[in-house]
Design a protein. Sequence first.
Lengths: 56, 219
Amino acid sequence: MVRPIYKGVHSNSKMSAEERLEKFRRSMKTIKEIAPSTNVAKTELLYYGDKMENFK
Amino acid sequence: MGASIVLIGNNNSGLNIPKEILLDTSFLTILGTPSHIYFSKAFSFLNECIKNGIELYYTPIVVNELTHHYEKVYAKEEATKLGLNIADPKYNGAYGHKEIIKDIYAVNPTFNFDNISSSTAQITKELLDNADYLPETTGDGYLDRFQTVHKHVKGAIESNDISILLTGHTYGINSIVVADKGYAAVDGVNVYAIPTKDLRIAAQGTSSLHLPYDPDWMK
Protein backbone atom coordinates (compact mmCIF):
# COMPACT_ATOMS: atom_id res chain seq x y z
CA MET A 1 0.00 0.00 0.00
CA VAL A 2 1.28 3.43 -0.88
CA ARG A 3 0.41 5.76 1.91
CA PRO A 4 -0.54 9.26 0.75
CA ILE A 5 2.08 11.79 1.69
CA TYR A 6 0.47 14.17 4.07
CA LYS A 7 2.31 13.66 7.31
CA GLY A 8 4.56 16.44 8.44
CA VAL A 9 3.10 19.16 6.27
CA HIS A 10 0.70 20.43 8.93
CA SER A 11 1.33 23.08 11.49
CA ASN A 12 0.56 20.86 14.48
CA SER A 13 2.97 18.11 13.56
CA LYS A 14 5.77 20.67 13.22
CA MET A 15 5.20 22.10 16.70
CA SER A 16 6.79 20.97 19.95
CA ALA A 17 4.63 19.31 22.60
CA GLU A 18 4.89 22.46 24.74
CA GLU A 19 3.71 24.67 21.86
CA ARG A 20 0.86 22.28 21.11
CA LEU A 21 -0.21 22.19 24.76
CA GLU A 22 -0.24 25.97 24.96
CA LYS A 23 -2.29 26.18 21.76
CA PHE A 24 -4.70 23.51 23.06
CA ARG A 25 -5.23 25.40 26.32
CA ARG A 26 -5.93 28.61 24.41
CA SER A 27 -8.50 26.76 22.28
CA MET A 28 -10.20 25.31 25.33
CA LYS A 29 -10.35 28.73 26.99
CA THR A 30 -12.07 30.12 23.90
CA ILE A 31 -14.44 27.15 23.71
CA LYS A 32 -15.50 27.74 27.32
CA GLU A 33 -16.29 31.35 26.40
CA ILE A 34 -18.27 30.62 23.24
CA ALA A 35 -19.89 27.24 23.95
CA PRO A 36 -23.67 27.22 23.55
CA SER A 37 -25.74 27.65 26.69
CA THR A 38 -26.43 24.54 28.70
CA ASN A 39 -30.18 24.82 28.19
CA VAL A 40 -29.82 24.73 24.43
CA ALA A 41 -27.18 22.01 24.54
CA LYS A 42 -29.51 19.90 26.64
CA THR A 43 -32.15 20.00 23.95
CA GLU A 44 -29.78 19.22 21.11
CA LEU A 45 -26.55 17.54 22.11
CA LEU A 46 -26.21 14.12 23.00
CA TYR A 47 -27.87 11.40 21.58
CA TYR A 48 -24.57 9.90 22.71
CA GLY A 49 -25.07 7.98 25.90
CA ASP A 50 -27.38 9.08 28.58
CA LYS A 51 -28.87 12.33 27.23
CA MET A 52 -30.09 14.85 29.82
CA GLU A 53 -28.35 13.21 32.75
CA ASN A 54 -25.06 13.97 31.08
CA PHE A 55 -24.95 17.59 32.20
CA LYS A 56 -23.52 19.01 35.38
CA MET B 1 -14.90 -10.04 17.39
CA GLY B 2 -15.46 -6.27 17.29
CA ALA B 3 -13.13 -3.41 18.09
CA SER B 4 -10.55 -3.12 20.81
CA ILE B 5 -12.06 -0.68 23.31
CA VAL B 6 -10.19 1.45 25.83
CA LEU B 7 -12.37 3.57 28.12
CA ILE B 8 -11.11 7.09 28.76
CA GLY B 9 -10.77 8.10 32.39
CA ASN B 10 -10.33 11.32 34.33
CA ASN B 11 -6.59 10.81 34.38
CA ASN B 12 -5.18 9.27 31.23
CA SER B 13 -1.57 9.46 32.23
CA GLY B 14 0.25 6.32 31.13
CA LEU B 15 -2.55 5.24 28.76
CA ASN B 16 -1.19 3.35 25.77
CA ILE B 17 -2.26 5.62 22.91
CA PRO B 18 -1.16 4.94 19.32
CA LYS B 19 1.05 7.51 17.62
CA GLU B 20 -1.78 8.63 15.33
CA ILE B 21 -5.48 8.81 16.07
CA LEU B 22 -8.63 10.04 14.32
CA LEU B 23 -11.08 12.36 16.08
CA ASP B 24 -14.76 11.51 15.67
CA THR B 25 -17.51 14.12 15.74
CA SER B 26 -19.18 12.42 18.71
CA PHE B 27 -16.04 13.03 20.81
CA LEU B 28 -15.59 16.61 19.62
CA THR B 29 -19.15 17.64 20.48
CA ILE B 30 -18.45 16.63 24.08
CA LEU B 31 -15.17 18.56 24.05
CA GLY B 32 -17.21 21.54 22.82
CA THR B 33 -19.65 21.31 25.73
CA PRO B 34 -17.91 22.29 28.98
CA SER B 35 -21.09 21.63 31.00
CA HIS B 36 -21.15 18.00 29.92
CA ILE B 37 -20.24 15.46 32.60
CA TYR B 38 -17.72 13.78 30.30
CA PHE B 39 -16.05 17.05 29.25
CA SER B 40 -13.15 16.66 31.68
CA LYS B 41 -12.46 13.15 30.39
CA ALA B 42 -12.38 14.40 26.79
CA PHE B 43 -10.10 17.28 27.80
CA SER B 44 -7.78 14.99 29.76
CA PHE B 45 -7.49 12.54 26.87
CA LEU B 46 -6.50 15.16 24.31
CA ASN B 47 -4.17 16.83 26.78
CA GLU B 48 -2.42 13.48 27.27
CA CYS B 49 -2.23 12.91 23.50
CA ILE B 50 -0.67 16.29 22.87
CA LYS B 51 1.72 15.99 25.80
CA ASN B 52 3.01 12.72 24.35
CA GLY B 53 3.32 13.89 20.76
CA ILE B 54 0.37 11.87 19.49
CA GLU B 55 -0.80 13.16 16.11
CA LEU B 56 -4.51 13.98 15.91
CA TYR B 57 -6.40 13.88 12.62
CA TYR B 58 -9.81 14.76 11.22
CA THR B 59 -11.42 14.21 7.83
CA PRO B 60 -13.80 16.44 5.81
CA ILE B 61 -16.77 14.44 7.08
CA VAL B 62 -16.04 15.70 10.60
CA VAL B 63 -16.06 19.31 9.39
CA ASN B 64 -19.47 18.67 7.80
CA GLU B 65 -20.89 17.02 10.90
CA LEU B 66 -19.60 19.63 13.34
CA THR B 67 -20.92 22.46 11.19
CA HIS B 68 -24.31 20.78 10.90
CA HIS B 69 -24.45 20.20 14.65
CA TYR B 70 -23.42 23.70 15.72
CA GLU B 71 -25.54 25.45 13.11
CA LYS B 72 -28.54 23.80 14.72
CA VAL B 73 -27.40 24.49 18.28
CA TYR B 74 -26.70 28.20 17.67
CA ALA B 75 -29.92 28.50 15.67
CA LYS B 76 -31.75 27.20 18.72
CA GLU B 77 -30.06 29.84 20.87
CA GLU B 78 -31.21 32.56 18.48
CA ALA B 79 -34.69 31.03 18.32
CA THR B 80 -34.91 31.07 22.11
CA LYS B 81 -34.05 34.79 22.16
CA LEU B 82 -36.96 35.36 19.75
CA GLY B 83 -39.39 33.46 21.97
CA LEU B 84 -39.69 30.33 19.82
CA ASN B 85 -40.26 27.02 21.57
CA ILE B 86 -37.14 25.01 20.72
CA ALA B 87 -38.64 21.89 22.30
CA ASP B 88 -41.13 21.70 19.43
CA PRO B 89 -40.76 18.24 17.80
CA LYS B 90 -40.64 19.82 14.34
CA TYR B 91 -37.18 21.12 15.20
CA ASN B 92 -35.83 17.64 15.81
CA GLY B 93 -34.68 15.24 13.16
CA ALA B 94 -32.28 15.54 10.28
CA TYR B 95 -33.78 18.73 8.83
CA GLY B 96 -34.81 20.36 12.10
CA HIS B 97 -32.22 23.11 11.70
CA LYS B 98 -33.83 24.26 8.46
CA GLU B 99 -37.20 24.52 10.22
CA ILE B 100 -35.65 26.59 13.00
CA ILE B 101 -33.94 28.99 10.62
CA LYS B 102 -37.13 29.32 8.56
CA ASP B 103 -39.08 30.22 11.71
CA ILE B 104 -36.40 32.67 12.87
CA TYR B 105 -36.81 34.58 9.59
CA ALA B 106 -40.59 34.38 9.94
CA VAL B 107 -40.36 36.14 13.32
CA ASN B 108 -37.54 38.47 12.33
CA PRO B 109 -37.17 38.96 8.54
CA THR B 110 -34.04 41.07 9.05
CA PHE B 111 -32.28 38.43 11.14
CA ASN B 112 -28.54 38.44 10.52
CA PHE B 113 -27.40 34.89 9.72
CA ASP B 114 -23.87 35.85 10.77
CA ASN B 115 -25.12 35.43 14.35
CA ILE B 116 -25.27 31.70 13.63
CA SER B 117 -22.55 31.22 11.04
CA SER B 118 -19.79 33.11 12.85
CA SER B 119 -20.32 31.20 16.12
CA THR B 120 -20.52 27.91 14.23
CA ALA B 121 -17.31 28.68 12.35
CA GLN B 122 -15.48 29.79 15.47
CA ILE B 123 -16.23 26.77 17.64
CA THR B 124 -15.63 24.35 14.77
CA LYS B 125 -12.25 25.96 14.13
CA GLU B 126 -11.26 25.86 17.80
CA LEU B 127 -12.28 22.19 18.09
CA LEU B 128 -10.26 21.20 15.03
CA ASP B 129 -7.34 23.59 15.35
CA ASN B 130 -5.31 21.18 17.44
CA ALA B 131 -5.62 18.37 14.91
CA ASP B 132 -4.45 18.02 11.32
CA TYR B 133 -6.57 17.57 8.25
CA LEU B 134 -6.58 14.41 6.16
CA PRO B 135 -8.07 14.87 2.71
CA GLU B 136 -10.64 12.22 1.97
CA THR B 137 -9.28 9.68 -0.43
CA THR B 138 -11.06 7.52 -2.91
CA GLY B 139 -8.36 5.13 -3.98
CA ASP B 140 -8.88 2.09 -6.14
CA GLY B 141 -11.54 -0.21 -4.77
CA TYR B 142 -13.08 2.41 -2.48
CA LEU B 143 -16.66 1.50 -3.38
CA ASP B 144 -16.11 -2.21 -2.82
CA ARG B 145 -14.41 -1.59 0.52
CA PHE B 146 -17.09 0.86 1.63
CA GLN B 147 -19.75 -1.74 0.89
CA THR B 148 -17.74 -4.46 2.64
CA VAL B 149 -17.58 -2.35 5.81
CA HIS B 150 -21.25 -1.42 5.45
CA LYS B 151 -22.21 -5.08 5.35
CA HIS B 152 -19.86 -5.92 8.23
CA VAL B 153 -21.15 -3.30 10.69
CA LYS B 154 -24.82 -4.26 10.20
CA GLY B 155 -26.03 -0.70 10.68
CA ALA B 156 -24.07 -0.07 13.90
CA ILE B 157 -22.37 3.00 12.42
CA GLU B 158 -23.56 5.41 9.78
CA SER B 159 -22.16 5.88 6.30
CA ASN B 160 -20.26 9.00 7.38
CA ASP B 161 -18.48 6.97 10.06
CA ILE B 162 -17.52 4.30 7.52
CA SER B 163 -16.00 7.02 5.37
CA ILE B 164 -13.98 8.35 8.32
CA LEU B 165 -12.58 4.89 9.07
CA LEU B 166 -11.74 4.17 5.43
CA THR B 167 -10.00 7.50 4.98
CA GLY B 168 -7.99 6.89 8.15
CA HIS B 169 -7.07 3.43 6.95
CA THR B 170 -5.78 4.80 3.66
CA TYR B 171 -3.31 6.89 5.70
CA GLY B 172 -2.29 3.94 7.87
CA ILE B 173 -4.44 4.83 10.89
CA ASN B 174 -6.72 2.32 12.63
CA SER B 175 -7.43 4.16 15.88
CA ILE B 176 -10.21 6.61 16.69
CA VAL B 177 -11.53 8.45 19.74
CA VAL B 178 -15.34 8.45 19.99
CA ALA B 179 -18.45 8.77 22.11
CA ASP B 180 -20.53 6.68 19.72
CA LYS B 181 -21.12 3.07 20.72
CA GLY B 182 -21.49 1.94 17.10
CA TYR B 183 -17.73 1.86 16.58
CA ALA B 184 -17.51 -1.00 19.07
CA ALA B 185 -18.92 -3.26 16.34
CA VAL B 186 -16.08 -2.69 13.89
CA ASP B 187 -13.38 -5.34 13.69
CA GLY B 188 -9.75 -4.29 13.57
CA VAL B 189 -10.19 -0.79 15.00
CA ASN B 190 -8.74 0.62 18.23
CA VAL B 191 -11.55 2.60 19.85
CA TYR B 192 -10.74 5.07 22.60
CA ALA B 193 -14.12 5.68 24.15
CA ILE B 194 -15.81 8.25 26.32
CA PRO B 195 -17.31 5.93 28.97
CA THR B 196 -20.99 6.52 28.28
CA LYS B 197 -23.33 3.87 29.61
CA ASP B 198 -23.56 2.27 26.17
CA LEU B 199 -19.81 2.19 25.65
CA ARG B 200 -19.17 0.84 29.15
CA ILE B 201 -21.49 -2.04 28.30
CA ALA B 202 -19.92 -2.48 24.86
CA ALA B 203 -16.46 -2.64 26.41
CA GLN B 204 -17.36 -5.55 28.65
CA GLY B 205 -15.75 -8.72 27.40
CA THR B 206 -13.89 -7.02 24.57
CA SER B 207 -10.18 -6.77 24.17
CA SER B 208 -8.34 -3.59 25.09
CA LEU B 209 -5.14 -4.79 23.46
CA HIS B 210 -3.74 -2.57 20.77
CA LEU B 211 -4.65 -3.98 17.36
CA PRO B 212 -1.93 -3.59 14.75
CA TYR B 213 -2.68 -1.82 11.50
CA ASP B 214 -3.75 -4.31 8.82
CA PRO B 215 -3.18 -3.04 5.26
CA ASP B 216 -5.71 -5.59 3.98
CA TRP B 217 -8.48 -4.54 6.40
CA MET B 218 -11.93 -5.03 4.85
CA LYS B 219 -10.52 -5.96 1.46
